[in-house]
Design a protein around this ligand. Structure first.
Ligand code: AMP
Length: 612
């Protein structure tokens, strides 16, 4: 039996598994249950309670009971849906924290309590300690979110051996390594709070992720919210006098519980009876909710997954008939409506052979088996969901690792100084698909120093490395001194996850404008290099030109200056080209002068002395 456990740290539920004689098994708790609700309750006194007991407290003490904390992991102020939680989420001093009574905690700490609970459950079941783990995250988690997850694992007492993407884990769980080579698989994962679509290819026993897409704020929780709203409407229609009472936290939490329960049952039954026996003033409420009513509410939410699926297929350069399998992951995919919808998009019936709630945890466990050497025939490769690069002169995005690159990966480029006597360079690390740096997200920045040198002489190598956990390490090295700096991303990540999806859509919407802006900026940079160079050449060797040639160059210089002001790209390109062409002779004179000077210096140098 291996020492490494596989963990699905879910928005709604979490699971833990271990390889047992070559088989992945999901471990049950003392009550024999394998799903641990990702809920933590903080009583007024005493230790926090985690899991099922905590989940029951959501109704009784909603303001002291933390759920869906995954939605807050690695988030920065301004990026949370804080008003959708019944507990208090604070955004201050660059941090997101959760207040429970007097106490303040962090999403990482809450997640670490969930992980610790899983660890205890596993250890009790196995009768020995487990200290190493593989933990899954949504494919769309950015660096900060992955690091926050890793830290939560460490706080819970695990050595986190690998952070892997959930859809990739699921493909393993479905046993897709048994498919024929070159099989293409779509993994449709709709969970409590996240949607992921991934297209994988199996090739000689190796899984490769061809593309990923998704939305970190789309899932079953949205359906629950709509259903709660519907119930509120129905109750107020019947009892308008208790409209305000419905806003109390306890009643809202109760409605949420009822709505959730009804949603689950409606995946199996055509209609369910909802009863609330004790509304304020001794009123009661009963309602027969039909599946089609739930479906009417859920349809717009589920429909939002469509554009992601199409984009992912597009990125993988595939059409539905190229796919060999479509697999379902996440509790919401038990809904008949979701299955129909997936069948329509991919023009085939999805494979439902696995338990969609457990597939990710089973896959994480198989990955743990791979890492510990128990399983050797499969290797996993993931891809980067968004491009990574740095800002270069003129505010442009210089991509170093393009979107959908297979990870782990490493890439680098050499940069130089744009200005004479510059003695340092700011390395601004960006993530996104837009041409201009300002439209992408800044993950962090740092300064690398070098000796004062003329323009274009510094040589700074910048290397990006994404490790097997999907975490980015940025290294900058000045080649002349060997001085280097490594970016500490944890303190500087500034990514709004909410807009991951928006980012890709915007890059498509603005593709033409962005490209025009990039071409303009690059052309203007060229003009701004040409103009001072011509000016200094005229000072040095201008007297060797004929008057006509000199006037012609001055006319071409004015044309470039005018074109720069006109903002007309065609005019500027033509003016640059004409100035380039018109200064050929001037350039030759300059080179001749430099060579003559070098010759003179050589002649003046004393002869070398011998060694004896
Ligand atoms: P996960 O994040 O994969 O644990 O998925 C949890 C989400 O799936 C929650 O929104 C659950 O309400 C939802 N879910 C679980 N089982 C069902 C079911 N039988 N029918 C509909 N939704 C479900």
């Amino acid at each position: 039996m291996t020492d490494i456990v596989g963990i699905d740290l879910g928005t709604t539920n979490s699971l833990i598994g271990i390889m047992d004689s070559g088989f992945p098994i999901i471990l049950a708790d003392k009550e024999g249950l394998r799903l641990t609700p990702s809920v933590v309750h903080y009583p007024a006194s005493g230790e926090p309670v985690v899991g099922r007991t905590a989940a029951r407290m959501r109704v009784i003490a909603p303001e002291r009971t933390i759920f869906s904390v995954k939605r807050l992991m690695g988030r920065r102020p301004g990026e949370t849906d804080k008003d959708t939680f019944p507990f208090s989420v604070a955004e201050a001093q660059g941090k997101v924290s959760i207040s429970v009574g007097e106490k303040s905690t962090t999403p990482e700490e809450v997640s670490s309590l969930i992980l610790r609970k899983l660890k205890t459950n596993a250890e009790q079941g196995l009768g020995r300690s487990v200290d190493r783990a593989v933990i899954t995250v949504p494919a769309y988690f950015n660096d900060l979110q992955r690091q926050a997850t890793k830290r939560a694992g460490e706080m819970a007492g695990f050595a986190v051996e690998r952070i892997i993407n959930e859809p990739t884990a699921a493909a393993l769980a479905y046993g897709l390594d048994r498919l024929k080579d070159r099989s293409k698989i779509a993994v449709y994962d709709l969970g409590g709070g996240t949607f992921d679509i991934s297209i994988l290819e199996l090739n000689e026993g190796v899984f490769r992720v061809l593309s990923t897409n998704g939305n970190t704020r789309l899932g079953g929780d949205d359906i629950d919210r709509e259903l709660v709203r519907l119930l509120e409407e129905r109750i107020t229609a019947r009892h308008p006098e208790i409209r305000n009472d419905l806003k109390t936290a306890a009643l809202l939490a109760q409605l949420r519980e009822l709505a959730h329960d009804a949603k689950l049952r409606l995946s199996e039954e055509p209609a369910v009876q909802i009863d609330i026996p004790f509304l304020p003033g001794n009123r009661r409420f009963g309602y027969l909710l039909a599946r089609r009513e739930l479906e009417a509410l859920a349809r717009p939410i589920i429909r939002r997954t469509r554009s992601h699926c199409l984009r992912s297929m597009d990125d993988a350069k595939l059409s539905p008939h190229d796919l060999d399998e479509v697999i379902l992951v996440g509790g919401v995919t038990r809904m008949p409506l979701v299955r129909q919808f997936v069948a329509e998009i991919f023009q085939r019936l999805p494979n439902t052979s696995q338990n969609p709630d457990e597939a990710v945890a089973v896959g994480a466990t198989i990955q743990a088996g791979i890492l510990s050497g128990d399983i050797q025939s499969i290797v996993l490769l993931d891809v980067t969901p968004l491009s990574l690069g740095i800002e270069t002169f003129g505010g442009l995005m210089n991509v170093i690792i393009p979107r959908n690159s297979t990870i782990p990966c490493k890439a680098g480029e050499m940069f130089t100084n744009a200005v004479a006597n510059q003695k340092s360079m700011w390395i601004k690390v960006l993530q996104g698909e837009r041409e201009l740096a300002k439209d992408n997200w800044e993950l962090g920045s740092f300064e690398i120093e070098f000796a004062r040198v003329p323009k274009g002489v510094a040589r700074v190598g910048v290397q990006f490395e994404i490790d097997a956990n999907g975490i980015l390490h940025v290294l900058a090295r000045d080649t002349s001194t060997g001085r280097e700096r490594v970016l500490d991303l944890t303190s500087a990540v500034d990514v709004s996850d909410e807009t991951v999806e928006k980012m890709i859509a915007e890059s498509l919407d603005h593709a033409f404008d962005d490209m025009a802006e990039r071409v303009w900026t690059e052309t203007a940079i060229k003009s701004n290099e040409l103009l001072p160079a011509v000016k200094s050449a005229l000072t040095l060797v201008g007297d060797q030109l004929t008057d006509r040639n000199r006037e012609e160059i001055e006319r071409l210089v004015s044309a470039v200056t005018e074109a720069l002001e006109s903002k007309d790209i065609q005019k500027l390109k033509a003016a640059n080209a004409a100035l380039d062409e018109g200064t050929q002779h001037l350039a030759t004179l300059l080179i001749d002068r430099a060579m003559a000077e070098a010759e003179k210096r050589r002649a003046q140098r004393p002869p070398p002395t011998g060694s004896r």
